[in-house]
Structures are given as structure tokens and as C-alpha cells.
Write a protein that binds this ligand. Structure first.
Ligand SMILES: Nc1nc2c(ncn2[C@@H]2O[C@H](COP(=O)(O)OP(=O)(O)O)[C@@H](O)[C@H]2O)c(=O)[nH]1
Ligand SMILES: [Mg+2]
Length: 216
């Protein structure tokens, strides 16, 4: 048992060292970095598409983490921004080294925003810092208000919680207020955006938040 714990500690220590190096690289390039995490299908790639419609794609780079396919990267190709795909195979999260290696394939000069789309999963991605400035968790209204309580680490680590697909609210019993209350119980500092990528509601507020952090 103690040997297992030692191994895990070493893995996390090595990860922290890569995360610190990554952060230095982001800082040196004046590049704000966000790590987007959620369950599969809560709308990460769709939100990225809508975000890229509103920002200058030449100032944005994307790292796409996916276990098997390159489908998300293909969806974003039309914007012309730099994209690196990480295929994690069986791994359920991105770690510091994967981001370190991906960043080597990017030219960050002139890039003001790096968005990392993590593997869809509300558990493991929260355990591995990758050097990002902010973790953003997306919770779609079809997932239930209780998820912040069931997956507390994810919501504790996040700086921002996006409540997505709010156009579906009329068809559901989901309470935005209860979801917010549950998330704040885990992390009182969380900032919220309620967004529909279908109607566009909330997208301006979200992209304004990003713009303020993209250094000149
Ligand atoms: N109604 C509705 N559907 C959405 C919204 N955002 C994403 N979707 C749909 O949800 C599904 C999963 O979206 P995707 O962006 O691939 O999720 P990801 O797996 O988190 O990257 C797709 O069918 C999207 O069209 C939204 O705001 N409203
Ligand atoms: Mg996706």
C-alpha cells in the first residue's frame, strides 16, 4: 500500500515540474491559458467553435485532447488557428508532459490565448495541473444539478463554471440556481457563465472574460 502511494506521489511531483515549466513558457509568451474540462458531450468543442467566431483566430492556439479520434481538431480546422492534437490512447486525462510536448509544436509568439480541451471526464483531468492559468469546468443542464457535489475536486480546482445548453431548460427540470448553489458550496470563488451555443446567449460575457485576460 505504501509503495503504491509513493509511486503516485512521484507521478504527481513529476507532473508538477512539467506544469511549472509550461506556466513559464505561457508567461514568457504573454499567453493566457485555459484548461477546459467536462463530461463527454457537455459542449466543449461547440463552445470553442463559438469562441473562435468571436476572437481573432491568429491570436488563439488550441490543444485538443482526445482518447481516440481527431474529430474535434477537424471541427476547428476551418478557423485557421494553430491546433495540436494529443491522442491519449487509454489515458483519461491530459498531463503536464503531454502539454509540454504539444507546446513544442506550437509557435506561441503572437498567441494571446491557449485553449486546452481536456479528455471528457469529470474525475481524472482535475487531478493533473498542466500549468494553465485557469481551469474551466462545463456543466450542461442535461447532467443534473448534483454533479458539483458528486465530483467536488473538479469544481474545487476550477476558476470558472460554465452552465451550458441553457436553451434546453424549458424541456428539463434543471435548476440553474440549485446547480450554482451546489458548486458554490464546493468552491465559493467560482465565477459562472450561463451559455447557449445554440441561441448565443452568454457568449459575449464569456468572450469578454477571455479578452480581458489576453495580455496585449
Ligand atoms: N441544444 C444545445 N446543444 C448543444 C449546445 N452546445 C453543444 N450542443 C450539442 O451537444 C453535443 C456535444 O457537443 P460537443 O461540443 O461535441 O461536446 P464535447 O464532447 O464536450 O466537446 C453536440 O451534439 C452539440 O451540437 C447548446 O448550447 N445547446
Ligand atoms: Mg469535444
Amino acid at each position: 500500500m505504501s509503495i503504491k502511494i509513493q509511486v503516485l506521489n512521484n507521478i504527481l511531483e513529476i507532473n508538477e515540474s512539467y506544469a511549472a515549466q509550461n506556466r513559464e513558457t505561457f508567461e514568457a509568451n504573454h499567453c493566457f491559458s485555459v484548461n477546459m474540462m467536462s463530461s463527454p458531450g457537455s459542449g466543449k468543442t461547440t463552445l470553442l467553435e463559438k469562441t473562435l467566431e468571436r476572437l481573432d483566430p491568429s491570436e488563439v492556439a488550441i490543444i485538443e485532447g482526445d482518447m481516440q479520434t481527431t474529430k474535434d481538431a477537424e471541427r476547428l480546422e476551418r478557423f485557421g488557428c494553430q491546433i495540436v492534437q494529443i491522442s491519449t490512447g487509454n489515458a483519461c486525462h491530459l498531463d503536464g508532459k503531454m502539454i509540454h510536448d504539444a507546446v513544442e509544436d506550437l509557435d506561441l509568439s503572437g498567441v494571446r490565448l491557449l485553449v486546452i480541451e481536456n479528455v471528457g471526464n469529470l474525475v481524472c483531468p482535475a487531478e493533473f495541473r498542466v500549468g494553465e492559468h485557469a481551469k474551466v469546468v462545463i456543466l450542461s443542464v442535461t447532467e443534473g444539478e448534483d454533479k458539483p457535489l458528486k465530483y467536488p475536486l473538479m469544481f474545487r480546482e476550477a476558476a470558472v463554471c460554465i452552465l451550458s445548453k441553457i436553451d434546453l431548460l424549458p424541456h428539463l427540470d434543471f435548476s440553474l440556481e440549485e446547480a450554482r448553489r451546489n458548486a458554490l458550496q464546493i468552491n465559493p470563488q467560482l465565477e459562472f457563465f450561463s451559455i447557449s451555443c445554440r441561441t448565443g446567449e452568454g457568449l459575449d460575457e464569456w468572450t469578454d472574460w477571455l479578452r480581458k485576460r489576453m495580455k496585449g
